[in-house]
Design a protein around this ligand. Structure first.
Ligand code: AMP
Length: 249
């Protein structure tokens, strides 16, 4: 079974993002970029399926600028076999990514596509769902457990108030939630080996997809800053302030 994993290059989750002064977006120049954390979980799950003998080949796909090859290399060092970069300088939206992944899934003959549930840069939480719709494949989103057997994927999903288990006929789309697994760190030998693995570079036009944005970013602003707190001398004053100033009791 061939597997496609989508990996997005995003601002590292440890970086405190700063809004550009013209409010057109967040500052990315000179900022540490890494693989989207949910995509690390998706790669880990794919590698585990290969280690179990269920997946035969894992293709890591990224859509974005040329430097997104580094993100693909990380996936290759974790255990993916090959990479595909769809190179574009356009800030791609979920629908464009889903259209490109659809073409690649068909081209590669993939039976399972694993994505992160959400990219932490613009929190769309839409690409996996759109991809499943475009392909006409079943989807198991927010997966916290995935089992593959007899041409089916059994996916446990984290929903409000509990866990829901769904059974999908393959081919299918799965999106990874936080508790699906704990991604491995790539070992030095595997990082070295990954340098020799193949990355094919395509353009969106090679797949017949128009990635022109359909949304216009109006403005990006910082959340309002918190006001400094005060110290109160005793409980009576605290109660008085909660009652008369904050009006919460
Ligand atoms: P989103 O719908 O943007 O929150 O992203 C959900 C998931 O889709 C991510 O976790 C990735 O697995 C995948 N994805 C989104 N954008 C890209 C991209 N530019 N390149 C590769 N994968 C992506």
């Amino acid at each position: 079974m061939k597997l496609l994993v989508a990996v997005k290059r995003v601002v590292d989750y440890n970086v405190k993002v700063r809004v550009k002064s013209d409010k057109s977006g967040v500052e990315t120049a000179g900022v540490k970029m890494s693989m989207n954390p949910f995509d690390e979980i998706a790669v880990e799950e794919a590698v585990r399926l290969k280690e179990k003998g269920i997946a035969t080949e894992i293709v890591a796909v990224s859509i974005g600028v040329n430097q997104a090859q580094e993100t693909i290399r990380t996936a290759l060092a974790m255990g993916a076999d090959r990479g595909v970069l769809v190179e574009t300088d356009v800030a791609v939206e979920p629908l464009a990514v889903a259209k490109l992944l659809k073409e690649l899934a068909a081209k590669e003959g993939a039976e399972l596509v694993i994505l992160g549930k959400q990219a932490i840069d613009d929190d769309m939480n839409a690409t996996g769902q759109m991809l499943a719709a475009l392909l006409g494949w079943p989807q198991g989103t927010f997966a916290s457990k995935v089992e593959i057997a007899d041409g089916k994927a059994t996916v446990t999903r984290e929903v409000d108030g509990g866990l829901e288990t769904v059974e999908l006929a393959l081919p299918a789309v799965v999106t990874a939630d936080l508790r699906l697994n704990e991604p491995r760190y790539a070992s030095l030998p595997n990082i070295m080996k990954a340098r020799k693995k193949q990355i094919d570079i395509l353009k969106p036009a090679d797949l017949g997809v128009d990635v022109t944005p359909r949304l216009t970013m109006v403005s990006v602003s910082e959340p309002p800053g918190r006001k400094a707190g005060i110290k109160v001398p005793d409980v009576a004053t605290l109660v008085e302030k909660l009652r008369n100033e904050a009006k919460v009791i």
